[in-house]
Ligand binder design. Structure first.
Ligand code: GDP
Length: 341
């Protein structure tokens, strides 16, 4: 039995009543399924667990609604003690009072076993609700949960609420924030990103997980969902183009031509994905590959076109420094943790 300290508390447990949307969320966020295809998903009755490697190693578990976690033969105590985030999914389009009773029962249990657990509530399927109704539903659910916790003597427990839907970016935004809380180095990462932003004309910078399309860190300015969307779509576009390039590269190699790396960095001889796009509104999108499936994506303001080349060189330089710091941080945190008893 080897203990891997990096894995502790990076487990996300998805719970909620049947048909709330748990499986759909897993498929859309972690497997790139098209939201409409979830209509035909068969709910399973067995607990499922999957592993993902992001900046941290994540493990995502889904517990079907009808399972009784508090049966003596189900080792829920061990399970909850290993979980970093409990994500409870509430179907906002359905009658949710039962879900709220179930939620407070689970919070009571989870908190007792593991007081450090993050409790995250998704008020889900909000695509079917009008703007006014969304806010009412959120207020009502928060109020009732607060009352239930008060009755249980658990008023000190922190619960975070998110309005989500698989039909827009809100589910990725929520998971970004849920995953971030599980990263021990988050505040250092945010400081480093603030440093990148502070010297440059950068409006917003994200450290994205390219596969999951969630951001594991961002600078401390508030996140505007449209900026997030633009950056996420830029990643897709860059990857599509890169695949094309790889294809034509393969083709060229097959034809006996030399392999050319366009993005060679001075300090590494591996090709590093990088992409820059000038938008018609004067902004520039900047993407650069980091470590562990991450990419730094920035939205840059360009005041004058002539000075843009120079600005981009400075951005490049600062992002290189950031990447080195990130690699160092990653190595150090692994070393520190590996040497723990
Ligand atoms: P589970 O039993 O909690 O795993 O729920 P499922 O993932 O099987 O989802 C139940 C139904 O809800 C499916 O038909 C999904 O298509 C639908 N669903 C899931 N998420 C959303 C959402 O954000 N909006 C809407 N309108 N439907 C959703």
């Amino acid at each position: 039995y080897t203990r891997n300290p990096r894995n502790t508390n990076a487990t996300i447990l998805l719970m909620g009543l049947r048909r709330g949307g748990k499986l759909s969320i897993c498929k859309v966020v972690f497997h790139n399924m098209q939201p409409l295809d979830t209509l035909y998903l068969e709910s399973t009755s067995k607990p499922q667990s999957e592993q993902f490697s992001s900046l941290i190693d994540l493990s995502v578990m889904e517990l079907p609604g009808q399972l009784n976690y508090f049966e003596p033969n189900y080792d829920s105590e061990r399970l909850f003690s290993l979980v970093g985030a409990l994500v409870y999914v509430i179907d906002s389009q359905d009658e949710y009072l039962n879900a709220l009773t179930n939620l407070s029962m689970i919070i009571e249990y989870a908190y007792k076993v593991n007081p450090k657990i993050n409790i995250e509530v998704l008020i889900h399927k909000i695509d079917g609700l009008s703007e006014d109704y969304r806010i009412d539903a959120q207020r009502d659910i928060m109020q009732r949960t607060g009352d239930e916790l008060l009755d249980l003597g658990l008023e000190g427990v922190q619960v975070s609420f998110y309005l989500t839907s698989i039909f827009d970016h809100s589910i990725y935004e929520a998971f970004s924030r849920i995953v971030q809380k599980l990263i021990p180095e988050l505040s250092s990462l945010e400081n480093m990103l603030d440093n990148v932003v502070s010297h440059l004309n950068i409006d917003k910078v994200f450290l994205f997980d390219v596969n999951l399309k969630i951001y594991v860190a961002t600078d401390s300015l508030p996140v505007d969902i449209q900026t997030y969307e633009v950056c996420a779509e830029f990643i897709d576009m860059t990857i599509d183009l890169d695949d094309l390039y790889l294809e034509s590269d393969k083709h060229r190699q097959l034809n006996g031509e030399a392999h050319v790396n366009t993005n060679n960095d001075d300090e590494s001889n591996q090709s590093e994905l990088k992409s820059i796009s000038h938008l018609s509104n004067g902004f520039v999108l900047y993407l650069r590959q980091m470590i562990r499936g991450l990419a730094l994506v920035a939205l840059i303001r360009s005041d004058e076109v002539e000075s843009m080349d120079k600005s981009l060189r400075i951005v490049d330089y600062n992002v290189s420094l950031f990447k080195k710091a990130l690699m160092r941080m990653w190595e150090n945190s692994r070393l520190i943790k590996d040497s723990e008893p």
